[in-house]
Design a protein around this ligand. Sequence first.
Ligand code: NOJ
Length: 447
Amino acid sequence: MAFQKNFAWGVATASYQIEGAAYEADKGLNVWDMGSRTPGRIFEGHSGDVGCDHYHKFREDVALMKQLGIKAYRLSINWARLIPAGTGKISEDGKRFYLALLDELKKAGIEPWITLFHWDYPYALYQKGGWLNPESPLWFEEYAKVCTTLFAPYCDHFILINEPQCFVGLGHESGAHAPFLKLPVHDVMVVAHNVLLACGRAEKVIRKTCPHPVMIGTAQAYWPSLPQNASDYALAERDTFSTRGFGSVSYFTDPLIFGKYPEDGLAWQKENGFTFPESDMEIIRSKVDFYGFNTYSGDYVTEKNGELTRLTPPMSTPKTDMRWNVHPDALYYGPKFLWDRYHLPVVCTENGVALAEWKDLDGEIKDYSRIDFLKRYLRALSKAADEGVQIAGYFHWSFIDNFEWAEGASKKFGLLHVDYDTLERTPKASAYYYKKVIETNGEEIFR
Ligand code: NOJ
């Protein structure tokens, strides 16, 4: 059987995307709360103010997870809910909420995988310069320490920072995501470097604070290049790890795992006049226990006239509602490449599909394409496992329909449908399918 015993069959969400309760108690605001107040930023003026209202409905959500046989739940902490000003005083309300949620998961026998930061940066810290401020890694260290002290009794798996590629690149370079900045490349490099310093500091403080051994990992935005022909394997692998901007995985993980930026990343820094003290690398270099990657698709590449060519997919290629190509090979080659380069157990910390679907008149959500997607992608993942890649888990994005950032509620990734008026949850056909996948430790995907 391809999937190992104790495989972490999970679902994933993120705080801003599902919690709602944006103005509850003494919660501090974050950059997405502020961004979604600004007209024109988010699709049709949507916001996460109420979202799925998970903050009030978490018991129901955990019960649904239990019914579906979910083994692991990847959730994130809303930093400013826990520490309203980003540093200093802890909110009693924030603390109570997360402890109650973790307790509920424990009672349901569901293992929490906590992501410390999934993009909802405290606005109070943003006003002090955010990730540009040289103190920002220290703020994150303090926050990581608070999270470990409070949550480690419930949790063995911590993910440091979700998709630095996105909130650094989309948030600080192209301005499509909060905090909606368009900084020069040099300054985005400062942001990226501070994020890496923050990861390094957090990894160390978690291990120091936690009374028991914990597994610490990443959740990288990973869009591998895929070989068009068998002979393109090495080319695709090389291209996957090249630094072609802030979307690069090697730029954000080589420093953590190997203690150095990739060569092409260093050359790019030089072109932009970015320098840093060598001693920073000692802080950044960390013991990473698993390589978590979020993968939805990849691009096929081949060699033409000695040059790498990125292929335009044929017109027949199925596309998701995000217009991402359905390329299951991404879950085959992707993990293989990571295993070759980093030799760490890998975890698919996100994978899923947005579909233009709705609840039918009969009350059901017949998302058969999501079932097909799951089957195809999980078959690819199992092939990588068969070939010796150590794969420790798979987290479907997402447990429930939610706020898809600049796309608002218009993109639906959930195994559960949510009616944003009544907040009623309805498992889709795919949720019952995933239940069977879990029950059979993956056998179901071959049926
Ligand atoms: C990546 C992000 O981590 C998550 O927040 C987002 O909703 C999904 N991918 C889908 O785009």
